[in-house]
Design a protein around this ligand. Structure first.
Ligand SMILES: [Zn+2]
Length: 482
């Protein structure tokens, strides 16, 4: 998942994205219970710790390949969660098979890694750049070229005045856009939208742009394949005559600038495609003892992530969001181990397609198993981040402020450093837009590494912080559902 990404909501239009990368791990599969989490090796392990630890290690391991919808890894994650639900003894919603709620979604797939090379007119290579550490290919904007090759002169642009549709010097070229220019127009910390919109206005007379927008996290670009929602399904999405967009790092920019000054050509290969696939949410229930009014609490966490990078690295998504799934399963386990059942139903939803505009939660709110007017929703997304100071209880809109404050104050009551925050970018937004009081529990990372190949258990996770989020949800349920 993304960090505090500013997102614009219009009617039911919600945006999201979370992407990541990681080197293939040779050790995969469920780890032995004796293994302890890094950073906490002096903390005595308990069976509860090991349950969550094993879930995160499993879902972030190489066979799952970053759990991209439509891939075997995503299906394996769905099966893994479905099997855990069965073992725990969660009930299936009526008419369900293996706890699955299946739907169709769109997504951007990377078929091969983007390539960036500069060379002299004679063909001699002058610069070969590294995928994800020097640059990243961006399939994010409508009417851009997301598949194909470009071999064209590189020209350096440092003044906005150069970007005129009448400037014939740009025709047929790839533009190298300085960081000063990016920052002279509106942008957020993840996307250089202002400059991209300006470039798009030039049309397909220019071949593309390499934009010095360095949103790397600890050395690696934030991987994003979330197209603009408003253009989903548009035939104009992949325009073979459109422009190509790349971001380059601050370190790579001076070399590219030299290449432009030498009047080198730049060779770029991009290979993304817009695909459709079937995905499944995994839904299990603890039935309450008083079901007369259908009041229920939904505990949700997204199971999907952003897949691999086609360069022998993948995005493990340990914190984003194997952590949330581990939390969800542990909450279910804790409640089912109690001697008493809650009065209200507790519905557990492992959502899919969250990284593609909350596809799974959008499907669920159109096909809920109990009326949404009786629901309260708690979303777990990136819990247990190493080094986080607060557990954020995030509200996405006015209808959820009270719930957020309640849970944050519950946290303080049981000695957890919580605070109520306004943060969007996950499935709680979908529910809030439908009138459901909905919050997300999240730990903010001091150094953001989600949507990079570095989001592994060892680098991003703190099992004790994860347990805090679990304890808080269990406490809230004890206070309100028993
Ligand atoms: Zn996430």
């Amino acid at each position: 998942m993304k960090y505090i990404i500013t997102i614009i909501l219009s009617i039911a239009v919600v945006l999201s994205a979370c992407l990541v990368t990681h080197e293939f791990d040779t050790a995969c599969g469920l780890l032995a219970a004796s293994v302890s989490a890094s950073g906490n090796s002096n903390v005595p392990r308990t069976p509860a710790d090991d349950f969550t630890y094993n879930v995160i290690k499993e879902l972030s391991s190489a066979p799952y390949m970053g759990r991209l919808p439509g891939t075997l890894g995503n299906k394996m994650a769905v099966s893994f969660i479905s099997e855990r639900y069965k073992e725990l003894g969660l009930k299936q919603p009526p008419g369900y098979n293996s706890y699955l709620q299946t739907f169709q979604q769109q997504l951007i797939v990377q078929n091969s890694a983007t390539v960036l090379v500069t060379r002299r007119k004679t063909g001699e290579v002058t610069g070969e750049y590294n995928h994800l550490s020097d640059y990243i290919g961006l399939p994010l904007w409508p009417n851009t070229k997301i598949q194909g090759l470009i071999d064209a002169p590189l020209v350096s642009i440092t003044d906005l005045k150069q970007l005129s549709p009448n400037n014939r010097e740009l025709y047929g070229k790839v533009l190298l856009i300085s960081s000063e220019l990016v920052h002279s127009l509106p942008y957020d910390h993840l996307q250089a939208d202002g400059i991209v919109n300006k470039l798009l206005s030039l049309g397909s007379r220019i071949k593309g742009s390499i934009i010095n927008f360095d949103n790397r996290r600890d050395g690696y670009f934030h991987v994003s394949k979330s197209m603009k929602r408003l253009f989903r399904g548009s035939k104009k999405y992949n325009n073979k005559n459109g422009q190509v967009f790349l971001y380059c790092s601050d370190a790579a920019y001076p070399y590219l600038k030299e290449a432009a000054e030498r009047e080198d050509n730049v060779y770029i290969s991009v290979d993304f495609s817009l695909e459709e696939c079937y995905s499944s949410n995994v839904i299990g229930v603890i039935e309450g003892t008083d079901r007369s009014n259908q009041d229920h609490i939904i505990i949700a966490a997204h199971l999907d992530h952003i897949g691999d990078n086609k360069d022998e690295t993948y995005n493990p998504g340990a914190l984003d969001n194997a952590s949330g799934i581990a939390g969800l399963l542990e909450i279910a386990r804790t409640l089912l181990n109690k001697t008493e059942l809650p009065q209200k139903d507790i519905i557990f939803i492992a959502t899919n397609g969250e990284e593609e505009y909350f596809a799974g939660s959008n499907y669920y709110v159109g096909h809920p198993i109990l009326p949404l007017k009786n629901a309260t929703m708690i979303n777990l997304d990136m819990i247990g981040a190493k080094g986080a100071e607060y557990l954020e209880v995030c509200y996405p809109g006015n209808n959820s402020v009270e719930l957020s404050k309640q849970i944050a104050s519950d946290g303080l009551e049981i000695g957890i450093n919580t605070r109520s925050s306004y943060i969007l970018s996950s499935d709680h937004v979908t529910f809030s837009v439908c009138g459901v009081p909905a919050v997300m529990l999240k730990h903010l990372q001091p150094v953001q590494r989600h949507h990079t190949m570095q989001d592994s258990f060892e680098i991003t996770m703190d099992i004790n912080k994860l347990q805090e989020a679990i304890d808080l949800v269990v406490y809230y349920i004890e206070q309100t559902a028993y």
